[in-house]
Design a protein. Structure first.
Length: 498
């Protein structure tokens, strides 16, 4: 038998090459309820994952044995009955430990990524295992896969067009004028999943956070392909310039919404970047938008996956800043209505209602607030994993520990990613209706991000003084006439909703 995990749902997981299953090999899928018992996931995420698994089982028909069990071990014992089982390399350390501990289970290479793990390890070892910067890796992947290349040179003679992709949102309009994203239609399988989740909650077996409205993200290969085509044909052209911008009434803007499909295995990253490159070469979309998308998929996504495995399990315990504060209840419960700061209230409500926001709200609103408050990075990582429809351990561990919370002390990124309210004001329309003012550090209208930024630098000034990318604002601390007031104000604010 060949065992398919719930994030291995596309056709590229069933081809026989490289220790894959033969065309007649029986398949096994296991829906383990213990996954949802252990942690409090977003309801929309639970619905999407179960819907995708059950849709795939329905497509595979009699070839697959679909087992609903309490644990993966129970399901395997019931279905395999002593037979040998093959499985592709799972996407988490815990799942890999499980399959390696099971008798008669053979683990093959990972699929769904562009670079084999051994190739990345050789590249990283060639850099001494240090200074594994994403930009260097990205260029290496571009060359190796001939992505946006003209011979030996990058298309347009520039590797990175990020400078062209930092525009603030257009003023005077609440939404970006761009084609609407693809949205799927629910079917009987979705209804069955929702009934099951309702029953599990009613019986007290599981507990969720967030809201589960109509499904917003693809659960089948056909839906994912339609979402990819719609993005490339109607949305990719405006993706680049505004990829870092935020609009309160338009959380999607020109973003692809393909991350959950990629992370469920419904799409292969190669087909996504190749489709985008074809659109550019056909003259349908500008290079800066395509390069920005390729960098997200072939650069950042691939880089995060590789670092997850290269750094190993000990990376999870990284906490160089010694942040240990627990997450407050209002945050864990996605209780956006208790928050006064408009940016945080808006973004937390987006997570509550959909299980998704794009990368800048995640990093510069949610992650920045957690970093400034000194929350435990392991708990922050777990929260992002549970509360986002595209959140998986391999995705969130490097993204949160390494980038968002700077808990590895600079092993992955060169500086802490946090800022005062001025950045949010410049890149969004979120500050206008807010009771706080991005320029105020103290007083009734003190922006929690502005005050929090200076309080964060003050707490860690000794460590950060030697970091060239933040040394200048650290030196400015001694020129702030109200620094003592900022310290006292932020101590008093604590972890109450701002």
């Amino acid at each position: 038998m060949h065992w398919l995990f719930g994030d291995q749902l596309g056709p590229h997981f069933l081809t026989p090459e490289g220790e894959g299953p033969g065309r007649a090999t029986p398949l096994l899928m296991i829906e383990a309820r213990s996954v949802f018992r252990r942690r409090r996931f977003h309801r929309a995420k639970a619905h999407l994952v179960l819907s995708a698994m059950r849709h795939r089982a329905a497509e595979l028909g009699d070839r697959v044995t679909y087992v609903r069990a309490e644990t993966y071990r129970d399901g395997l014992d019931r279905a395999a009955r002593g037979r040998a089982v093959g499985v592709h390399h799972p996407t988490s350390h815990a799942a890999l430990r499980l399959v390696r501990a099971l008798p008669r289970v053979t683990v093959g290479p990972a699929r769904g990524f562009l670079v084999p793990m051994a190739d990345f390890a050789a590249w990283a070892d060639g850099h001494g295992g240090k200074k594994l910067r994403q930009e260097d890796f990205y260029r290496w992947v571009r060359r190796g896969h001939d992505l946006l290349m003209d011979g030996g040179r990058p298309a347009g003679d520039r590797w990175n067009l990020d400078h062209d992709n930092r525009e603030a949102p257009p003023r005077g309009t609440p939404v970006l004028r761009v084609g609407r994203p693809y949205r799927p239609r629910e079917d009987d399988i979705d209804a069955e999943v929702r009934r099951d989740l309702d029953r599990w909650e009613r019986d007290g077996h599981v507990s969720f956070v967030g809201r589960d409205g109509p499904r917003l993200f693809p659960a089948t290969r056909a839906e994912a392909l339609r979402a990819l085509r719609r993005f490339v044909e109607h949305r990719l052209a405006t993706f680049g310039p505004y990829e870092d911008a935020m609009l309160a009434a338009d959380p999607v803007m020109s973003h692809s919404l393909l991350s959950s499909s990629l992370n469920l295995g419904l799409l292969d990253p190669a087909e996504c970047v190749e489709e985008a490159e074809r659109a550019w070469r056909a003259g349908r979309v500008p290079l800066n938008s395509v390069e920005g998308f390729v960098r997200q998929v072939a650069g950042w996504r691939e880089y995060v996956w590789q670092l997850y495995w290269y750094f190993g399990e000990d990376y999870r315990r990284s906490n160089e800043l010694r942040h240990t504060a627990p997450l407050p209840d209002w945050w864990n419960d996605l209780d956006a209505d208790t928050v006064g700061a408009n940016c945080l209230r808006t973004v937390l409500a987006q997570v509550r209602d959909t299980g998704w926001t794009h990368h800048i709200p995640r990093l510069m609103v949610l992650g920045s607030h957690a970093l400034q408050r000194g929350w435990d990075p392991a708990a922050v990582t777990d929260w992002f994993h549970r509360c986002f429809v595209d959140g998986y351990d391999w995705v969130m561990l490097p993204n949160v520990v390494g980038m968002s919370q700077y808990a590895d002390g600079g092993r992955m990124t060169t500086k802490p990613y946090t800022s005062g309210g001025a950045y949010i004001h410049r890149m969004s329309d979120l500050c206008g209706p807010c009771a706080y003012r991005p320029g105020d550090r103290t007083g009734e209208h003190a922006c929690p991000y502005t005050a929090g930024y200076w309080a964060f630098l003050d707490r860690h000034r000794e460590r950060l003084a030697g970091n060239q990318r933040v040394a200048r604002p650290v030196r400015q601390l001694d020129r702030l006439p109200d620094l003592a007031d900022v310290r006292e104000q932020e101590r008093a604010r604590g972890d109450a909703p701002p």
